[in-house]
Design a protein around this ligand. Structure first.
Ligand code: FES
Length: 106
């Protein structure tokens, strides 16, 4: 299983194994990590799974859909590296990926 590191806004890091085909939100919530809520269960309608993909990893994740893009445009914490964790599918190619969390969700 790929190791993914989630970095809280205060810099606290959590490295966990996430099963392939799960998404980043599921990996975080199943492992009870703080910072990602996933209120809509992953149907791309709540924006409480916001993450920033670190560096070159952004080019290795599946592309953003129009729905995800529209939802993120409403987030005050949006950056170029923003993604919704529930829309990023974990694959073996993401071994070692790091994601950062915004100051707040929603
Ligand atoms: S969990 Fe709701 S948009 Fe990702």
């Amino acid at each position: 299983m790929p190791h993914i590191t989630y970095v809280e806004h205060d810099g606290t890091e959590h490295t966990i194994d996430v099963e392939e085909s799960m998404n980043l939100m599921e990996g975080s919530t199943i492992n009870l990590l703080p910072g990602i809520e996933g209120m809509c269960g992953g149907i791309c309608s709540c924006c409480t799974c916001h993450v920033y993909i670190e560096g070159d990893w952004a080019g290795k994740v599946n592309p953003m859909t129009e729905g995800e893009k529209r939802l993120l445009e409403n987030s005050q914490y949006r950056k170029d590296s923003s993604r919704l964790g529930c829309q990023v599918i974990v694959t073996h190619e993401l071994e070692g990926m790091r994601v950062h969390l915004p100051p707040a969700q929603g």
